[in-house]
Design a protein around this ligand. Sequence first.
Ligand code: ATP
Length: 413
Amino acid sequence: MSHSPSIPDRPRLQLDPDMSNEERLEAMLAHHDNLLDIGSQLDRELKRAVERGAELRSEVDRLTRENESLKTSALYVATIEEVWPETHEGLLRQHGNNQEILTDLSATQSQELDPGDRVAVNDSFTVQEVLDTETDARAQAMAIDRSPDVTYDDIGGIDEQILEVREAVEAPLQRPEQFEAVGVKPPAGVLLYGDPGTGKTLLAKAVANHTDATFIKMAGSELVRKFIGEGSRLVRDLFQLARDEQPAIIFIDEIDAIAAKRTESKTSGDAEVQRTMMQLLSEMDGFDARGEISIIGATNRFDMLDRAILRPGRFDRLIEVPRPDQAGREVILEIHTRSMRLADDVNLQELAESTPGYTGADLASLATEAGMVAIRDGRTAVTRSDFTSAKARIEEDNDSGPITSDGWADYAY
Ligand code: ATP
């Protein structure tokens, strides 16, 4: 530890009034020398202080960086098994690998933590955060919509798929006794597959709305990426939540993230994904006890799926949601321009012809972007040329994006 350098006292000149002039001159010269001496001493101190200041500044920079990296590094979830307040120690069980770890706790933590509490720990197993109900993974990983406002009228170009989903999900939720009377088991789970932005989420929400079911959405990728070691617990929670909220539709988006084909690699991440998938399969296999709950999975990567999830009693109804054809694109454009003021020169049929390969999501952004062009120009109606500008902008953004290469670039509207 360094101390502040001591500053020499200011020298004082005491002149005796009885002194002769020579004595006075001599005393003043001595005082002058003294002052020069102290001046150079202070210069040296100042130099040292400046050097020390620079040293401390670089130390502060280093600590700030360290602090930042500590704050951003991944945390792991663990459950407190035992706490010994006298010795400020705790026994944790890390989720995922189930290792038990004895760790030091702060005085406050050892008073406040109880067995069963869930905590986030860093690489050295220091408790960084206590997970309360607010930060509970359940709340973060699942989005609950008690009454989604999407209707079938909001979906265009996939009428056949709407029918199939209604038959597989809506009918068993609304008329379970009919299935029982006929003696057929309704499909356990419906898997929607197709390119991003083709309306899979929309479709699941519309069914939930139509059946008055609670819509519970979980993203497969979040399950495995955000909460290391929490995947299988979250799947259990997801089904419990659905049981509490039934009738309910569980929508698992990006299901490929938890149900990809097994690979050769044996990293702990893979093991974690496997456990999450096994939990999902076992929840689905307990179908009879599931009550009024439907499960809809969605993926853009059907090719990657582990076939185990497609067995009967699991995702046994596969529905492909394609990109819309021309007629479909026209309906989707009608839907997304429904509340817009269009100028007379806008021709949606022509626009649909000039947008092959566009998904529903692309068409929705085309309409919004055209509206934005009109607003930027201070107009209240959207014109044909607004759509042309919007299309150019979207195609520029999408250059290597989701629109397929089946030729939109060759079309000019
Ligand atoms: P992802 O695979 O990326 O999750 P998705 O297939 O689930 O995509 P949605 O989230 O349903 O796609 O669609 C995104 C948005 O695009 C919707 O909110 C809607 O505005 C628009 N959209 C997509 N498909 C259609 C459609 N068939 N009819 C009308 N609008 C659509």
